[in-house]
Design a protein around this ligand. Structure first.
Ligand code: VG1
Ligand code: CO
Length: 543
């Protein structure tokens, strides 16, 4: 085995976004591209010599090749041990679980999460720190700064590691330990949820469908839902991870998880349905002929947490990303606990969780999680729902409608305009940034603007400030419109428009959200001149 030092030059575009570095596969396949980013990451990790890293990916195209490169570079950079999921497979929440359980130095996840996969799709890489969570901005900024100065990287010339053989293998001074990707995660879930109660509930004849979308959660769902919990074989759909996700787009929403939605909306459909994304940290929850918005899901979990063993002691607090609806705030108020509002991206929850200030966290983008790890967790959310259903023995629809009767309903929707020219999207945001302050106090239709700004967040734990996190326009009745540009897309710009209106009157809770939000949708276009500036008549994706 030869340790090689390879000369390289910087790539200008290696700035991590909302969650790691994501690019088309072909960009990652360029000579030195992946290597530069990995070396830059190792360069900013102080004291990593001899330490343990957790490594795994979502099984997408280029996963196995990237892992071989990563292992050889870890060996050349003095890492002591790598815990690697068999076949190169680990979900994002499983990585977080393993880092914490084995007190690893950190972890590297090969995934572009909800982005499409395959040779024409996207690839990604993200670094997680010792608390198990996504690297905070000061770390990702240091990695990026390093990528702009890199001159060489180190790699071991050695035969490939057998990714599929459990047990230890040596790569120079590095020990690669190939582990079962599911076991430790299952163990953690069994300590949080009442598996006996869920097993009884599933044995009572209810039917569930979990769509793994040929992404990473297949092995986890087979082992947990059909194995440990005894759901009938066939409850897990598309359960085999495939490099191209079987042609599916593993983004669990009403558009991309269409087949599951159609199944659940049949008269004789299953009682409970769920799906997760590429790397297993997202979840979509459905009942028979019923869709639960992620914002409502967070609120329902919070209101029912005392029924679940892992949360019986109560919640310290709740955190949600700024564009997520304020449904959870109402539960927090009733429970007498604080509710924090953070910028978009799971990395902002890490400090609050570490400091014990919050127990549950959520984002409108199908992300929910808790202090059990430091990532959002798709299957965890599914088990949380199943545990509540097992205790309450009501339908998903009954539970959510009952929640609305108690707390009122926060009508909510997100409109995405994808693949816009970058300049058009940036000018639209700049126009808003310049104009919003002048709209405060003005009346538009039935709404009066109460506040309007570009959201800025100061972390209550470390005092760091993150600016320009989304334009928000708040109205006197509590309604909101929020605008952001996506930080995970790889083609052009994606504009996200988030809409929210509170409705206390139960006789109006059955309205279609697009109808209930019609005035706000119109105002959102009026303020940002979306149609005029983009030429688009409607959004590409509505969730
Ligand atoms: C999106 C979501 C954000 C989420 C992020 C990563 O980011 O809006 O809430 O944390 O994806 O999720 P953006 O910048 O595109 O809006 V995942 O499951 O793709 O890692
Ligand atoms: Co994800």
């Amino acid at each position: 085995m030869i340790l090689r030092t390879v000369a390289t030059i910087p790539f200008p575009d290696q700035k991590p976004g909302t969650s790691g570095l994501r690019k088309p596969v072909q960009v990652f396949q360029q000579p030195h591209y992946l290597e530069n980013f990995i070396q830059s990451t190792f360069d900013v990790l102080e004291g990593s010599a001899g330490q343990t890293l957790v490594v795994g990916g979502d099984g997408r195209y280029y996963n196995r090749e990237a892992i071989q490169i990563l292992l050889k570079m870890a060996a050349a950079n003095g890492i002591g041990r790598v815990l690697l999921g068999r076949g190169g497979i680990l979900s994002t929440p499983a990585v977080s679980c393993l880092i914490r359980k084995y007190r690893a130095y950190g972890g590297i996840i090969l995934s572009a999460s909800h982005n499409p996969g395959g040779p024409q799709g996207d690839f990604g890489i993200k670094y997680n720190i010792g608390n198990g969570g996504p690297a905070p901005e000061k770390v990702t900024e240091a990695i990026y700064a390093r990528t702009q100065r890199i001159r060489e990287y180190r790699i071991l010339e050695a035969p490939d590691v057998d990714l599929d053989r459990l047990g230890e293998q040596r790569l120079g001074s590095l020990t690669v330990c190939v582990i079962d990707p599911v076991a430790d995660y299952l163990d953690l879930m069994q300590r949080l949820f009442d598996f006996d109660a869920i097993r009884d509930y599933l044995a009572s004849g209810v039917r569930i469908a979990f769509d793994a979308m040929h992404a990473v959660t297949g092995p986890y769902a087979h082992a947990i839902l059909e194995g440990a919990l005894g759901a009938p074989q066939g409850s897990v759909l598309n359960g085999q991870p495939l490099p191209d996700f079987g042609g599916l787009h593993p983004d669990p929403n009403l558009v991309h998880a269409r087949a599951l939605v159609e199944l659940l909306f049949r008269e004789d459909g299953p009682d409970f349905g769920a799906a997760s994304d590429g790397d297993g940290d997202r979840n979509m929850i459905l009942g028979r002929r019923f869709y639960v918005t992620p914002s409502d899901s967070l609120a329902v979990l919070a209101a029912n947490a005392h029924r679940v063993p892992g949360y019986r002691e109560g919640l310290a607090g709740i955190a949600r990303s700024m564009p997520t609806s304020q449904a959870a705030d109402r539960v927090a108020a009733k429970l007498g606990i604080p509710c924090y509002e953070t910028p978009t991206g799971w990395k902002f929850f890490g400090n609050l969780l570490d400091a014990g200030k919050v127990t549950l966290c959520g984002e409108e983008s199908f992300g929910t999680g808790s202090h059990h790890i430091r990532e959002k967790d798709g299957l965890w959310a599914v088990l949380f729902w199943l545990n509540i259903l097992a205790v309450r023995r009501q339908s998903v629809r009954q539970i959510v409608e009952d929640h609305w009767r108690t707390y009122g309903r926060n009508f909510y929707s997100r409109h995405d305009y994808e693949g816009l020219p970058v300049e058009v999207a940036e000018e639209l945001m700049e126009h808003l940034r310049r104009s919003v302050a002048s709209w405060v106090g003005q009346r538009f239709g039935s709404q009066t603007v109460a506040y309007a700004d570009d959201f800025s967040y100061t972390d209550p734990v470390d005092g760091s400030t993150s600016r320009n996190q989304g334009i928000r326009i708040g109205f006197e009745d509590g309604s909101r419109i929020v605008y952001r540009l996506s930080g995970t897309g790889t083609h052009g710009a994606t504009l996200r428009v988030y809409l929210e209106r509170f409705e206390p009157d139960p006789s109006r809770h059955g309205l279609d959200p697009q109808v209930a939000l019609a005035e706000l949708i119109q105002l959102a276009d009026h303020f940002a001149q979306i149609r005029a500036r983009t030429g688009r008549q409607q959004p590409d994706v509505i969730t």
